[in-house]
Design a protein around this ligand. Structure first.
Ligand code: PEP
Ligand code: MG
Length: 538
């Protein structure tokens, strides 16, 4: 049995196909006919572009435009004359074969990205390598990665699966995948969850531990791979798989079901989204609304700030799609572990305690106002509410509202419509806000408890540090007290209180949250139905 990181829930029982063709060995050869070699390179780049365009179109249809956007960025790399020009220069100046020239340029670009502090930028190194491997594979006339003739019930085992590999996976044949590297937030893991293919990543040397045709079990819930299991284990997992699928099917009955607790309280179960298009999955899973739109994702994966109009379109899309259902949009929560390549900020000793979220927005009102104007303009299309992150005092909330009022004044003067009575609330994710909830409740329209941060600040245990993860406990009595205080404070002022941290979908926490009287639970779309079931049983 091998332990890795559980990347996508579910179980797969099938046969191994080891994808080895990604590991192309590059040998350097001296070239006499430079022009012919440059033409060969040009052809390979052209073929790569054609393949990527086809993959992008397929991905757009199957997994949505936002997730397919990664292929657009691959195509853009190939369109960048500096990038491909450097390859040609390599052939010319060193008189080497195109494979070697491509490999050198890829190594150089990937090293630059991978040397960056920011996790997101680091991962762009993988994109560069992905494009490079494709060009090299085309040079050798083998771009399909050996995956064209797969049999049914195949579990792909690979060092890493690139986004283009993942998007091309034929779901009628591939039932799961396992990789040596990667984390829960790597592109392949995100795609696996979108495609609902069970997957385990970060298994270190799984490619060395199996061979083609081996029988294997993928446990995407616990993050295990079991190689050539005995009969009893196969039986056990066949049962688990059957049960999991039955439960999933059974849960679908709850899609249009109101969520009422045993005590008769009606609660809302909503979805957290990062991109406008994610709203479709929230609706497909019977979400009562959007409880958290992490708008910082609109600012990532690009090289300049999104304009007011771009943001307006995204907020309008979500709000219109949800109709009468509430859409809570959180203002920019950048800083901490989330950085923007085009917004240089000073290095900080403690980024999570630093210049982030509302602090940054109040310090950079030029950036803040663009977003608030876009939100206000979108507010006439449905039930949009604005939420400010990382509020630690009443003063900060009132200052944010002042800026909002200023934007309202501007829009009015420009004759642009907005909802004058728009609800504004805060994330309660700093213990100071929870302690002061009775005062804050007098000013806000709602609270949403951000337990991901609230837990780390209450227990002083970094949410990203696995060495202190044993301390990071949602059920710590101090955390529970703060949650209870916040809910009670909201209710005392006649306001509602939600929760948009991971804890809201946690089966172990739900009974306590129901008991405390939480009004709204917001989580990733795929957890909604399961949470509904647990809430109704409590
Ligand atoms: C939280 O802190 O609980 C939260 C929902 O916000 P994020 O995970 O984006 O910090
Ligand atoms: Mg937070």
């Amino acid at each position: 049995m091998k332990k890795g990181i559980a990347a996508s829930k579910g179980y797969a029982i099938g046969h191994v196909f080891v994808k080895t063709t990604n590991e192309v060995k590059i040998t350097e050869t001296k070239i006499d006919d430079i022009d012919a070699e440059k033409a060969r390179l040009k052809n390979a780049v052209e073929s790569s572009r054609k393949q990527l365009t086809a993959i992008k179109e397929k991905a757009e249809k199957e997994i949505g435009a936002d997730k397919a956007a990664v292929f657009e960025s691959h195509i853009m790399l190939l369109d960048d004359p500096e990038f491909t020009g450097a390859m040609e220069t390599g052939v010319e100046t060193n008189s080497v074969n195109a494979e070697k020239a491509v490999s050198d340029v890829i190594d150089m670009y990937a090293a630059i990205f991978e040397g960056m502090e920011d996790e997101y930028m680091k991962e762009r190194g993988a994109d560069v390598k992905d494009v490079g491997k494709r060009v090299i594979a085309n040079l050798s006339g083998n771009a399909d990665g050996g995956m064209e003739n797969l049999e049914e019930n195949t579990v792909i085992v690979a060092h890493d699966l690139t986004p283009s590999d993942t998007a091309q996976l034929d779901k009628t044949k591939v039932i799961g995948f396992l990789t040596n590297i990667g984390g829960r937030t790597s592109h392949s893991a995100i795609m696996a969850r979108t495609l609902e293919i069970p997957a385990v990543v970060g298994l270190n040397d799984i490619t060395e531990s199996v061979k083609n045709g081996d029988f294997i079990i993928v446990d995407g819930a616990e993050g295990f791979a079991i190689i050539n299991p005995d009969e009893a284990t196969v039986k056990e997992y066949t049962e688990k798989k059957k049960k999991y699928e039955e439960e999933k099917e059974e849960l679908k009955k709850l899609i249009n079901h109101e969520t009422v607790t045993k005590a008769g309280k009606r609660v809302e179960v909503c979805g957290n989204i990062g991109k406008a298009k994610d709203v479709d999955t929230v609706l497909a899973n019977g979400g009562d609304g959007v409880g958290l739109f992490r708008t910082e994702f609109l600012y990532m994966d690009r090289d300049s700030m999104p304009t007011e109009d771009e943001q307006f379109e995204a907020y309008k899309y979500v709000t219109e799609k949800m109709g009468k259902k509430p859409v809570v949009i959180r203002t920019l929560d950048i800083g901490g572990d989330k950085k923007l390549p085009y917004l240089p900020l000073p290095e900080e000793m403690n980024p999570f305690l630093g210049f982030r979220a509302i602090r940054l927005c109040l310090g950079r009102k030029d950036i803040f106002k663009v977003q608030l104007r876009a939100l206000l303009r979108a507010s006439v299309f449905g039930n949009l509410k604005i939420m400010f992150p990382m509020i630690s005092s009443i003063g900060e909330f009132l200052e944010a509202k002042e800026v909002l009022k200023e934007c309202m004044g501007e829009l009015k003067a420009e004759g642009k419509a907005y909802n004058e009575k728009i609800d504004t609330g805060i994330m309660v994710e700093i213990p100071a806000a929870a302690v002061m909830a009775d005062e804050l409740a007098k000013h806000v329209d709602f609270f949403s408890i951000g337990t991901n941060d609230l837990i780390q600040y209450t227990i002083a245990a970094d949410r990203m540090n696995e060495n202190v993860s044993y301390l990071y406990n949602p059920m710590h009595p101090a955390v529970l007290r703060l949650i209870k205080m916040t809910i009670e404070a909201a209710h005392k002022e006649g306001k509602w209180c939600g929760m948009c941290g991971e804890m809201a979908g946690d089966e172990k926490a739900i009974p306590t949250l129901v008991e405390y009287g939480l009004d709204e639970f917001s989580m990733s779309a795929s957890s909604i139905l399961n949470a509904k079931k647990y809430i109704m049983n409590n």
